[in-house]
Design a protein around this ligand. Sequence first.
Ligand SMILES: Cc1ncc(COP(=O)(O)O)c(C=O)c1O
Length: 368
Amino acid sequence: MEIRKDMLPVLKPHGGEEEIQAIREVIESGWWGKGPKVAEFEEKFAKMVGAKYAIAVTSASHGQDLVMKAADWKGIDVINPAISFIATAIIPLWNGFTSNIVDVKRDTLCIDPEDVERYKKPNSELLIAVNEAGVPCDYKELRKKFGGFILEDTAHSCWTPGAGQSGDCAVWSFQAVKTMPMGDGGMITTDDKWLADRCREMTWFGVSSTWSRTQSTTGKPGYAWDYQVDILGYKYYMIDIMAAIGLEQMKKLPKHLEFRRHIQSRYNKELHAIIERPPHSETVQYYCPRVSANHRDELIDYLADKKIHTSVHFKPLYKYTPLKQDREYPVCETEWIKLISLPCHNNMKDEDIDYVVYWVNKYFEENY
Ligand SMILES: Cc1ncc(COP(=O)(O)O)c(C=O)c1O
């Protein structure tokens, strides 16, 4: 097969005229900050995922940080899976907490409840359960082994039925290459009114939103300029320009996920038999099969040479200097070096899938 001219990206957001028109309307409305579009996005998102409350924020990272600040824990230990994006284990450090990284299960690469039980500490109050590549953690076992607060990291699970309903809260990401991309953005969802109210108040220094103060409830005309601040807050709220993109992406989400599952199913059927298939994902945030550790890095270079970008989701967190741990990780250590993420996004066509399958298979035909 002839080598293509342009690089096939491993991940890429897909948008078009609908998003451009939605942004134009917000710009022309004169209300660019947090306003009616954010309120509409929060309401529709809460309904979609079946949560009582949804609070839109600047990113999932800020959403996780806000939950930690709102819950008002002091000096706690936070349990994290070894396979995750660095955000989940660094954010506890922002808050003066410790990050206690535990091993993952071999099949799903999600946090291992047995290892949680083995390594939890008396002050382990919070556990971050990452649904790796959109595959749910074993929440039933986690609840048996851990009695504290579970933050469900749904950065890769937007949206799969049931996602966000097993933790005490869930934090979603709309970062540029996620399944519902908005450039950047995040959402906290929960059924806990106390937590939701506190998170909402803390998204803007404890100040009630300007938009809400333009919506007079007193019968008096105009804008209520005064506000009281009773809480230490931050500046983490989403703005209408972003929410407008989110509302358009939400309409497209079912079709986008259907196509991602189509890519997953074609890769599963057509890739060389030597390749270990990933567990089924409803969102297919990443398609991460496993190959022999001896071949992984060579395959990455071989595919780059054929203009196919790949990646690794993820390098273990304990390998990063601020997150070093004093223990062994037998499962993670043997599995992560087999991981490779193949192109999977909504800009791909069937010919692109053909192209990836052809070159991956050719590599294994030449090397076995
Ligand atoms: C598992 C996981 N959690 C959290 C985040 C942070 O998301 P955001 O970029 O929206 O802050 C990411 C981002 O890739 C992620 O993969």
